[in-house]
Ligand binder design. Sequence first.
Ligand SMILES: NC(=O)c1ccc[n+]([C@@H]2O[C@H](COP(=O)([O-])OP(=O)(O)OC[C@H]3O[C@@H](n4cnc5c(N)ncnc54)[C@H](OP(=O)(O)O)[C@@H]3O)[C@@H](O)[C@H]2O)c1
Length: 422
Amino acid sequence: MTAGQEQPTELLHGIPLFAHCSEDELTEIAASLRSVDFPRDAVIVREGDLGDDMYIIAAGRVRIVAESRGHETIAELETGDFFGEMALITGSPRSASVVALTEVRLLRLAKDRFDHMIREMPQLSLEMSRVLSGRVSQIAPVGRDLRGRTALLTGASKGIGVHIAKALAREGMNLVLTARSAEALEGVRAEVEALGVRAIAVPGDVGSRAHLQALVVRAISEFGAIDLLVNNAGVLLTLAFHKVFAHEIEDHVRVNLTGPMFLSWMVLPGMLERGAGHVVNIASLAGKYGPAYNELYSSSKAGLIAFTQSFRASYRGSGVSASVIVPGFVESGMYERSRKHGLRAPRVLGSTTPEQVADAVVRAVKKDLPELVLNSGPIKILLALPTLLPGVAEWGRIRLGTDNLYRKAAEIRAKRRDETGR
Ligand SMILES: NC(=O)c1ccc[n+]([C@@H]2O[C@H](COP(=O)([O-])OP(=O)(O)OC[C@H]3O[C@@H](n4cnc5c(N)ncnc54)[C@H](OP(=O)(O)O)[C@@H]3O)[C@@H](O)[C@H]2O)c1
């Protein structure tokens, strides 16, 4: 077969990367691929070249060589593997050459087709991101210095997420930012880049697996590795449970719990491979002791706390860890908006600032802390009560007035639902 010929679908069947693709997807991929042959010892990609095309190895083996680092061999790839932008392999773009170790047949795919594939074919992007996240060899030394490392932050378009993005940028971290509002996200991206780091905005829904897969592939192809994942995106619906729509139950669990779990699962193989990585989950005091009218929120945040504890315990000693941040009322985002309706948290429960939450994220990573409960009030003592004296805790909660606060919030929300149907 020579350059320029159409690639038959059968060839793709033999490549493990495409094992989960449907026949329709294989036909679509085959139509985008062009076959190219190289003799042994040929230089396929030269270090420093733009390297915008992606290559899948249909037959043969190649070596990835960093010429500028004394011709160090970074990886050897074989049939079924893929390469392109060197960030996919080495951690930084245009940083290595690719040399044919044998006669090689490659399937060439233009960059825009590659981007299209990872967006439109969830199974393929899942497989790719799993392979990629395990493959990248980290060149920077492992440690708790965040400078030059990469963080993926969800919920970065507004509220607390903006403060976390800035705090991580001030630590010198490059950032992959996601949330649904593309315009707001782009604004935050520009703001953090002004702090001297690189940042990309990848808009999308963290409740969608397809978006999360494409997000991880994009992050790795841009920066080479994800060193820190901060699951900050969250949704809150304070409403009497019988007024909640059925789909909202699943929507909340997807955004607040299974999205973070799925993202953690995707970045984990690469972190384990490098022996370094951290996941920070932003939960809530509601996950410690469920308040009235918050069934969706409190249960998903409780799940997030337990998930963090198990994850942390499982990977202890591997260099990979997890922390959970448990804020009470934060003077930003969701709570700030509810204050516009005249709702005020009881003084004794205290509050915290978004800057303190952001600072806690940085501290949790640097010091590898399991959990940080953030609040200015005597909340930690109160949190011990539900375990030690549940009856007293319930009595105390009624006396504190939190049930009343949330009842008012639920009534406001129910009124809006009655008026608008939403
Ligand atoms: N504020 C508080 O008092 C408080 C207290 C305890 C815990 N927390 C937790 O802190 C985190 C941030 O809260 P916040 O107060 O900053 O809330 P916020 O102002 O409502 O911001 C939430 C962020 O999550 C994103 N998001 C929501 N749904 C999403 C989806 N389906 N896909 C992608 N992104 C989504 C939003 O962006 P888009 O709308 O653009 O998608 C936004 O960037 C949440 O996990 C929250 O539970 C907040």
